[in-house]
Write a protein of this length. Structure first.
Length: 133
């Protein structure tokens, strides 16, 4: 899925497609901050014009409410390039949303599964994809 698909399909359809593909598998969310347009995350070593807005990415992360999340990370935040801490704020909010999903999942016993160990896992990588197939 490409960033431009967000315009064509919309956030809700993108979330539905990803959730359908993931199904009930364990999910590890890896967010490469350069998926955001440089206007929303300039502090990265590889800024990509035409990326997602922070609102779109937050909606995608929130769309994993109820999924079998087992872990996650946020990468490519580069403080030397983050002159106004815009990228750090975006990354911190994404981390907060991920932590909230974990806390919500662990709150109800019916949703509890081990967070560590050798679980089969689908890794969802949120990154900018080029036009190449």
């Amino acid at each position: 899925m490409r960033a431009r698909d967000m315009d064509r399909l919309g956030v809700d359809r993108v979330i539905a497609m990803v959730r359908e593909r993931v199904g009930d598998a364990s999910v590890y969310i890896s967010i490469d901050i350069d998926v955001l347009d440089p206007g929303f995350a300039p502090g990265t070593g590889t800024p990509e014009a035409g990326g997602l807005t922070s609102r779109e990415l937050l909606a995608i992360v929130r769309g994993f409410d109820g999924a079998n999340l087992v872990g996650g990370d946020i990468v490519e935040v580069s403080p030397p390039y983050d002159h106004a801490e815009i990228t750090a704020i975006a990354a911190a909010n994404l981390a907060y949303e991920c932590c909230s999903l974990f806390a919500k999942r662990l709150r109800w016993p019916s949703r509890r599964v081990p967070l560590v160990g050798s679980l089969p896992c689908v890794e969802l990588v949120v990154d900018v994809c080029g036009d190449e197939a």
